[in-house]
Design a protein around this ligand. Structure first.
Ligand SMILES: *Cc1c(COP(=O)(O)O)cnc(C)c1O
Length: 399
């Protein structure tokens, strides 16, 4: 007889599009940093839904907010008001110190929205001639899967077969302020980049780079659009990875953890002189700003305001990086907070093979590119559980 795992894998193989290649683990239950599969095996989750689960599986505060709202009203559309939208936008904009919030659903939609706003700002405020706006982006970045977003991807897998592409993007190497300066023209309206490149393997830019991006943007009257969909909302031990470097972007793109791992919630956050270019009818989303999403988003904001999750992340982040620094079998370690990209010695196998061995040993993570694994546990992981995961990693790397 088929095992429950094989049964589920067969259904997915036969009836789901093959756009992912998951590890052979079928999860049925999750709580905090732990998940249980359909055979009752338990694992520590060191991927945390690509940081959508920053506050852990089944976070009691987030579930309580969702349950309470489920019993009241879940969707109104923006044709009418709802009593969660205003408080959500007020509380999130206060947390980030910006004037306005534009709620959307997925991260890719936040990126699309940010690009539309930047172009419109370019024409209406900066005075760029019609249809000439350009956006500078960083190579190896990840911003989602829509056609415009993959138009400026440097990953051949993400682009191949999906043309024709949206024009208006200039790609420069990440971390190179001189290249960024050289790419800016009078028609440049925005620089879009991740303050730490997540999918690329948790690439932290050289010290001072984000401050250089800020001053180059200010000098050239260009918007700095920070894609904090993965780096933001606690992952680095700070509300925003840019702010941790003392840098303030003009436009923040949020997603993933904003929905608390419960549902997709994203947002574009900026001051009135930027987001104010949108007027009724010019942009929208049926589900954007729905009361269920806003109620969960408000609970996420409360967790971040309260602050203990951020200090816990900074403390455990130091533990994580201290232990990784000395670990045999790794050729590189990068990261910030509870977020690390580690490159595995090729002699020990590919990233995929090591992640499969780790899964068999009860620790879930996933390779990104070649030898690179990403470690990003829920921020609520306990110190003993973090040590258990790292003991398992250490043991697995010993072969
Ligand atoms: C995941 C991610 C996105 C896309 O978010 P989706 O919700 O998958 O559309 C955009 N930007 C960054 C930096 C991301 O990590």
């Amino acid at each position: 007889m088929e095992s429950p795992t094989v049964h589920h894998e067969r259904l997915v193989a036969e009836h789901s599009a093959h756009n992912y290649r998951p590890l052979p683990v079928v999860i049925a239950h999750g709580e905090g940093a732990w998940v249980t599969d359909v055979e009752g095996r338990r694992y520590l989750d060191l991927l945390a839904g690509y940081s959508a689960l920053n506050f852990g599986h089944s976070n009691p505060d987030l579930l309580a907010a969702a349950h309470a709202q489920l019993d009241r009203v879940t969707l109104t559309s923006r044709a009418f008001g709802n009593d969660q939208l205003g408080p959500f936008c007020a509380e999130l904009s206060a947390l980030l110190g910006k004037d306005l919030v534009l709620p959307m659903n997925t991260g890719a939609e936040a990126v699309e929205t940010g690009l539309k706003v930047a172009r419109k700002w370019g024409y209406e405020v900066k005075g760029v001639p019609a249809d000439r706006a350009r956006v500078v982006v960083a190579a190896e970045g990840f911003h989602g899967r829509t056609i415009s977003v993959v138009s400026f991807s440097t990953d051949p897998e993400a682009r191949g077969g999906f043309g024709p592409f949206t024009p208006g993007f200039d790609v420069v190497p990440y971390g190179d302020a001189e290249a960024l300066r050289a790419a800016m023209t009078d028609e440049t309206v925005a620089v879009l980049l991740e303050p730490v490149q997540g999918e690329a393997g948790v690439i932290v830019p050289p010290a001072g780079y984000l401050a250089d991006v800020r001053s180059l943007c200010t000098a050239a009257n260009v918007l700095f659009v920070a894609d904090e969909v993965q780096s933001g909302l606690g992952r680095t031990g700070h509300v925003l990875a840019t702010r941790a470097e003392g840098v303030d972007a003009d436009v923040y793109l949020l997603g993933k953890a904003l929905g608390g791992g419960v549902l997709p919630v994203s947002a574009v956050v900026a001051d009135r002189d930027v987001l104010g270019v949108l007027r009724p009818g010019q942009h929208g989303s049926t589900f954007g700003g729905n009361p269920l999403a806003c109620a969960v988003g408000r609970a996420v904001v409360r967790l971040l305001e309260e602050g203990s999750v951020l200090s816990h992340t900074r403390t455990l982040g130091a533990v994580l990086h201290e232990r990784l620094r000395g670990m045999r079998g790794l050729t590189a370690v990068r990261g910030r907070g509870l977020w690390a990209g580690i490159d595995v010695d090729p002699a020990l196998g590919t990233g995929r093979e090591v992640s499969e061995r780790l899964a068999r040993a009860g620790v879930l993570t996933k390779d990104t590119h070649g030898p690179t694994l990403r470690l990003a546990p829920p921020l609520v992981i306990s110190e003993p559980d973090l040590h258990l995961a790292l003991d398992t990693l250490e043991h697995t790397l010993r072969g």
